[in-house]
Design a protein around this ligand. Sequence first.
Ligand SMILES: C[S@@+](CC[C@H](N)C(=O)[O-])C[C@H]1O[C@@H](n2cnc3c(N)ncnc32)[C@H](O)[C@@H]1O
Length: 239
Amino acid sequence: MTQTTGQHPHDEDQPEHGHGHGGDQHGQHASEEWGRDYWEDRYSAPGLQWSGRPNPVLVDEASGLEPGRVLDVGSGEGGDAIWLAGRGWQVTAIDIAQAALDKAAARAAEVDEAAAARITWEQHDLAVWAPAPGSVDLVSSQFMHLADPVRAALFRSLAEAVAPGGTLLVVGHDLSDLAAGAGRHGKEELMFTIEDVLAAVPDDGWTVEVAESRARQVLATDGGTTTVRDVVVKATRAS
Ligand SMILES: C[S@@+](CC[C@H](N)C(=O)[O-])C[C@H]1O[C@@H](n2cnc3c(N)ncnc32)[C@H](O)[C@@H]1O
């Protein structure tokens, strides 16, 4: 699927568009620089950081699933959580930033009161907190970027959280975007590949439904357009 320029919630999700953090050129690792303070600061700014809409890949990949319990990790301003709850999912939305969760809860109550009642907002640092194994029917991780080795542990814990018959959906910026002219330099540590996600999916008892680098068009730093790619991995656990 290719999307048209400007329609995606994450065209400008990179730290240099935030509050003056400029990547890891000062010798800090991305994981240290873009921790809770960075995100609290960013979400404390007025207005929305993202589009408020659900991520298109989530809509494409989850629309056909039977609603159950879902964990939305790195839930941000709640666009995905609100959409999922609106479809009947019982949502647990996790984010490191309390400011994001507060904003998301307020938006949910405003746009869909019934959906809002199906969402639990929880502040956790996914670098140190793991969901209960086998506890949900869908795990959705949309543009939740952590550096290795924490990322590998996160992906494993997300796969473990999927109950029998459930689905793991991981979406994020493909490492190949570094060459796309979309302003992703300085975040090499945070970006990942299909293989990074698949490494967390056990060989036995799982079916990989989707494992691709999905292209879409975004604005380039030179003012033109460029093609970027999102890692999309969707895997289901046997019942
Ligand atoms: C690029 S945003 C994506 C937000 C949302 N998933 C979306 O697609 O609109 C990344 C989100 O991950 C959250 N995050 C970053 N590091 C985290 C961590 N260690 N634990 C939990 N959440 C984290 C940020 O606060 C932010 O909301």
